[in-house]
Design a protein around this ligand. Structure first.
Ligand SMILES: NC(=O)c1ccc[n+]([C@@H]2O[C@H](COP(=O)([O-])OP(=O)(O)OC[C@H]3O[C@@H](n4cnc5c(N)ncnc54)[C@H](O)[C@@H]3O)[C@@H](O)[C@H]2O)c1
Length: 325
């Protein structure tokens, strides 16, 4: 199979590294910053042709799989362009940043012969896969998810799209905390309503979006959620779940506690990206290619990835009122 990557910044490079480690053939790299693409070609994709126009690249190279690793606001148009050309597309999170784009993407997916997958890779981490299975025959009473990370002005100034409403689509919730909110939703099911409050505690002079958000989601299995980029340092994300059998699960990236006893510790696999990304990218990318090769349906498709986007957009719209998701 021949692959292509659009966007060779921080995460595009991780995709290239994973593809190289899995001996997958990268036929093209596309970035408006040609130097960024050239640097990745040198390290991980010696045979790649370089493009700055992604539509031209899709038309000329016709890859079997294209990876979209560009800023948030470009995902919708790039996903649709690939699907309409019958090209399988693996898009970085979030699927999109506007409600109207969800329907456009799902329509493109249903009229395409190709598959769409979204990189919500933390579902592939050992501990999270175990929890999902563990919960299958249990009743959840409630849950809480928490992301306490640290991002400073240098981070937000490192690329123009970061911290902007029209290009990032929000702050800590849609970017850093999306994975953890997605996991809570995966464990608890889709909520119907949310009340949320967002703030710029420390980065108000630097960004036009929230650096902190707290939310309470309502549904069959209710949960609360807290996310901040203002912690003194990055702490492990955490999900707490209370079950009707009185068990209390504490889900951390590398360990699961049940009633304070260690139930599972993750194995020591090599991580190819930043440690906070986990090693889910390798497993997710491998699974997506297997789905494309065998025709098996990839589970984190447009409809699945749209769930967390709807939850995030509803939290942004809430402004202290209880609103539908
Ligand atoms: N799954 C994860 O854990 C994870 C981690 C980090 C980032 N991401 C996601 O990956 C995406 C990219 O984030 P990043 O941190 O790598 O950003 P980045 O700014 O480092 O890289 C984005 C790249 O896209 C390029 N680009 C912009 N417009 C383009 C266009 N029209 N055509 C081609 N290239 C274009 C830029 O020049 C840049 O090189 C975001 O959606 C982000 O949320 C996901």
């Amino acid at each position: 199979m021949r692959s292509a990557i659009i966007g060779l910044g921080v995460i595009g490079k991780v995709h290239a590294k994973v593809l190289s480690s899995q001996q997958k053939m990268v036929a093209a790299l596309c970035d408006i910053d040609i130097g960024a693409a050239e640097r990745v070609r040198e390290q991980f994709a010696p045979d790649a042709v370089i493009y700055s126009d992604y539509r031209l690249m899709l038309d000329e190279i016709k890859p079997d799989v294209v990876h979209i690793c560009t800023p948030h606001y470009l995902h919708a148009e790039m996903v649709i362009a690939a699907l309409d050309r019958g090209i399988n597309v693996l898009c970085e999170k979030p699927l999109c940043i506007r409600r109207e784009d969800i329907g456009r993407i799902l329509d493109a997916e249903s009229r395409s012969t190709a598959q769409l997958g979204v990189c919500q890779q933390n579902r592939y981490l050992e501990v999270n896969e175990f929890v999902k299975e563990y919960l299958a025959d249990k009743k959840i009473v409630g849950a809480h998810g928490s992301v306490a990370w640290s991002r400073d002005a240098d981070y937000y100034n490192s690329a123009e799209w970061r911290g902007t409403q029209d290009q990032e689509g929000g702050g800590v919730l849609i970017n850093q905390a999306l994975h953890t909110l997605d996991l809570v939703q995966w464990f608890c099911g889709e909520p119907t309503e949310v009340v949320a409050s967002k703030d710029a505690l420390m980065l108000g002079d630097v960004i036009e979006v929230e650096d902190t958000l707290s939310a309470r989601y309502f549904g069959e299995n209710p949960f609360s959620f807290f996310a901040t980029n203002c912690a003194p340092c990055g702490f492990p994300v955490q999900i707490n779940i209370l079950l009707s059998n009185k068990e209390k699960l504490t889900v951390l990236p590398s360990v699961l506690l049940i009633n304070d006893e260690v139930k599972l510790r993750k194995g020591q696999k090599q991580v190819l990206g930043k440690a906070c990304y986990g090693n889910g990218h390798e497993a997710l990318i491998d699974d997506f290619y297997d789905c494309v090769a065998t025709g098996r349906h990839f589970t984190i498709d447009g409809a699945e990835a749209a769930k967390v986007v709807r939850m995030i957009l509803a939290a942004y719209e809430s402004n202290g009122e209880r609103v539908s998701v």
